[in-house]
Design a protein around this ligand. Structure first.
Ligand code: SAH
Length: 238
């Protein structure tokens, strides 16, 4: 776990032995469950620590509210808990919701949250298209995150409805994003958002190009969004 510790330090994060222990336990459970439930394609110890855990923590490079007390955060399409769980381990005070469509993955999430003894984590098993229309979740989060779920034009329709006005959405992306951002410009506006910045992630551990697309929520999302199940992917807005 020394590499994770060193990488986190470059991000300005000091991971205590207790937190590194939680990461070790997370890795162990992930690999164990991965035999039955398809949770991760990467299973190598070193790769999981860097490509999954450290990569999740890079969110803080674009996270102005890092010190905000009682920050409400939702991770949309979290899969095995990425980036939500690494962030919760590093910042135990956040209030975290993990949204995942696949029931078996949600089952793993319940297990791992209990195993790691994490408080204030809600597992929501469902599809963003439906959950985002429930009053309990709609426009209720200061920060919305999503990693490796969909292309930006689709993704913003699945995420911005969760974001409170004044909050923001951060998408973790690999490779060049200019084209994706251009295609999403219309959708971002329709949904009440505004592109703030594209922050490059430059850490020695990641030789490939990675970035954080930060979108601020300026006005409420019209009631009709997100559209019915599957439509945001089939017919992206804009
Ligand atoms: N964020 C994780 C998982 C990426 S895979 C990571 O970075 O490793 C994408 C995940 O999003 C899958 O687990 C899939 O079930 C979930 N997903 C896809 N579309 C969704 C939707 N509309 N609502 C909720 N979850 C969704």
């Amino acid at each position: 776990m020394q590499k994770l510790k060193a990488g986190a330090k470059e991000l300005g994060l000091e991971l205590t032995p207790a937190r590194l222990e939680q990461f070790a336990s997370y890795y162990k459970e992930l690999i164990d469950w991965n035999r039955r439930v398809n949770l991760t394609a990467i299973t190598d110890y070193e790769e999981v620590r860097l490509k999954h855990f450290l990569d999740s923590l890079t969110i803080i490079l674009a996270w102005p509210q890092a010190t905000q007390k009682d920050l409400r955060l939702i991770d949309v399409g979290t899969g095995a808990g990425l980036p939500g769980i690494p962030l919760k381990i590093a910042f135990p005070e956040i209030k975290l919701a993990l949204l995942e469509a696949t029931a078996k993955k949600a089952e793993f999430l319940r297990h791992i949250v209990q195993k790691l003894g994490l408080d204030d984590v809600e597992i929501v098993a469902g599809r963003a298209e439906e959950v985002a229309h429930q009053a309990r979740y709609r426009e209720k989060f200061d920060l919305v995150l999503s990693r490796a779920v969909a292309a930006l034009p689709t993704l913003v329709e699945l995420t911005l409805p969760f974001c409170a006005v004044g909050g923001s959405f951060i998408a973790q992306k690999k490779g060049t994003v200019d084209d994706e951002i251009n295609r999403a410009a219309g959708a971002i506006g329709l949904l009440g958002g505004s592109l703030r910045e594209v922050k490059k992630v430059a850490l020695p551990a990641f030789p490939d190009e990675r970035c954080l697309v930060v979108i601020d929520k300026l006005s409420p999302t019209p009631e009709k969004y997100p559209r019915r199940l599957g439509i945001p992917a089939k017919r992206p807005l804009g």
